[in-house]
Design a protein around this ligand. Structure first.
Ligand SMILES: N[C@@H](CCC[C@H](N)C(=O)O)C(=O)O
Length: 272
């Protein structure tokens, strides 16, 4: 059996998109997703995205990290599937119902409302999420925000001076985060601009993280460091994040289709 896929990316955060909206695919599990995502023996991607029919929206998007874990939200993939859909779409995810719309800069997505309660992040025990009384080496007093998925944000003077490949996994898997966490290091450069690098839960260092940009922008706005519309520069390029007065987060930026192909799951050692 051959499965068709579309390889896409948002600012270099790359996806294998499988479309089961019209034709069912073999049941997806962590081993299947990890095998496809493997950059040496599979197709290779940061996230595998599975589109399915939905009763509540135009379609359902399921998100699997490269390590196989299924998660609630992915900002860049939401723009990518919005591009694939070709027109405005309501998209059901584990993190909530999202809306994507073609825009001048690519695709804009209404990402939902941020949550700040310690048990909504979630954290292992009650604490102030606005300035968490914790530290990992030089990374201190982060803010935690859930934008559909969990994020912790550290404000630093130079995100590129932080050894994220070493410290990222330590924080991601710390027991204070019972569902693990996406780790963001951000620097404010103006009232409307910031620089960001992200160690993603289940995927590692990526060139861009849409939910990371949303969470970091909201964290900076909460702390009064930036205005309510900010350009977030990631290694792969910029995203514009706005926190509207109605509490909705809007993310705008490009999405790209790279190529299409097909594979036989057996080639990757998957018994489908
Ligand atoms: N790359 C994504 C985020 C993907 C999920 C994340 N790694 C998690 O585990 O929550 C984005 O663009 O938001």
């Amino acid at each position: 059996m051959r499965i068709e896929f579309t390889k896409m990316h948002g600012l270099g955060n790359d996806f294998v998109v499988l479309d089961a909206r019209l034709r069912p695919l073999p049941a997806m599990d962590a081993a299947f997703a990890a095998a496809v995502a493997d950059r040496h023996t599979g197709i290779g991607c940061d996230q595998l995205i599975l589109l399915e029919p939905s009763d509540a929206a135009d379609f359902r998007m399921r998100i699997f990290n490269a390590d196989g874990s299924e998660v609630e939200a992915c900002g860049n993939a939401t723009r990518a599937v919005g591009l694939l859909h070709g027109r405005a779409a309501r998209i059901e995810t584990l993190g909530g119902l999202l809306t994507s719309t073609p825009s001048e800069t690519g695709i804009s997505v209404e990402m939902g409302k941020p949550r700040f309660d310690w048990n909504a992040i979630p954290l292992g025990y009650a604490m102030d999420t606005h300035a968490m009384p914790v530290a990992w080496e030089e990374l201190v007093n982060p803010i935690a925000v859930n934008v559909g998925n969990p994020h912790v944000i550290f404000f630093v003077s130079d995100p590129y001076a932080i050894d994220m490949a070493r410290i990222g996994p330590m924080i991601e898997t710390d027991q204070i985060f019972p569902e693990r966490v996406n780790v963001n290091v951000a620097a404010i450069t103006a009232r409307d601009a910031m620089i960001l690098r992200v160690w993603e839960r289940g995927a590692g260092l990526t060139r861009a993280c849409g939910t990371g940009a949303c969470a970091s922008a909201i964290g900076a706005m909460k702390r009064g460091l930036v205005d309510r519309r900010v350009t977030v520069s990631l290694p792969g390029g910029p995203l514009v994040i706005e926190w509207r007065e109605d509490d909705e987060i809007v993310m705008s930026g490009p999405a790209t289709e790279a190529f299409r192909g097909s594979f036989d799951p057996a080639d990757f050692g998957i018994i489908a």
